[in-house]
Design a protein around this ligand. Structure first.
Ligand code: OAD
Length: 245
């Protein structure tokens, strides 16, 4: 990791893109890793807007533990390492595809959630808004198989970007600006398979910056990376040793 640390210290602006892999170190499963969420039956329907409108129970059944059990998870070593980089003035911002809110919980300030988050839910019919905690409470009271519904009868959907929906414009525009302006862009724990988020490091490359990748499985950008590493825990350790807790 010495080359990566050197590149970070010499860079004008460093940006980061994170994916589900960084949260496996906290006990949250990823999507396409060996124990990923998408290994289960009909998993591709869980975050699909057409399926949600047809049958919201697919999402609420598939995510009961994952999304609505998020409160029990705490930030892991990569989240903490990124906080230490930001505090040291060596990290401009984090574009994250994750919806677990752990970067903010860890204390990172400049976080762009390009796939949204469940912090708010909106009714699909009348757009009435509910907070994450309110939906958790409705689910707790409702019991198994319950779908949180608005007074008008519409189902509440989290502000997570489902397949078939546009990305949150403000967050994605900021993430694009981060990728373009970073001379070092570090890709952490993502298979880089879901666009347009997976296109962010390409923007860095097109603008003449360097991309570093830390991911166990291969990614489509490995051949274009200045260096690639497999182990996120080793990355976090190297960063924490350099920039402190
Ligand atoms: P993926 O599950 O596609 O990729 C996570 C990557 O992290 C995999 O390639 C793993 O090999 C790697 N990984 C896991 N644990 C690791 C570890 N300890 N060390 C090193 N690498 C590790 O997750 P994303 O790329 O984030 O969309 O998925 C992108 C989007 O697909 C998600 O945001 C989600 C999903 O559909 C929405 O929820 C809207």
């Amino acid at each position: 990791m010495k080359n990566l640390i050197k590149a970070i210290k010499e860079a004008r602006r460093v940006g980061v893109l994170t994916g589900a892999g960084i949260s496996t170190l906290c006990g949250i499963p990823d999507f396409r890793g060996p124990q990923g969420l998408y290994k289960q039956k009909d998993a591709e329907k869980i975050f699909d807007i057409d399926w949600f409108d047809r049958d919201p129970s697919i999402y609420y059944r598939g995510c009961a533990e994952l999304v609505y059990g998020l409160e029990k998870f705490t930030p892991g070593p990569v989240h903490k390492a990124l906080v230490s980089m930001e505090k040291a003035g060596c990290l401009e911002g984090i574009a994250t595809q994750n919806i677990d809110m752990l970067h903010q919980k860890a204390g990172s300030k400049n976080v762009y959630e390009v796939h949204g988050s469940p912090i708010l839910h909106h009714c699909r019919w009348c757009a009435d808004e509910k907070k994450f905690e309110e939906i958790c409470e409705m689910l707790r009271r409702g019991g198994e198989g319950f779908i949180p519904r608005c007074k008008c009868g519409g189902a509440y959907k989290p502000d997570i970007t489902f397949f078939g929906e546009a990305l949150p414009e403000k967050a994605f525009t900021r993430a694009q600006a981060l990728a373009i302006s970073s001379d070092v862009f570090i890709v952490l724990g993502t298979s880089l398979s879901v666009f347009p988020a997976a296109g962010l490091p390409r923007l860095t490359l097109q603008a003449g910056g360097k991309v570093f990748i830390v991911n166990a499985q291969p990614t489509p950008l490995d051949d274009y990376a200045a260096a690639r590493y497999d182990d996120l825990a080793a990355f976090a350790q190297a960063i924490l040793e350099e920039f402190g807790e």
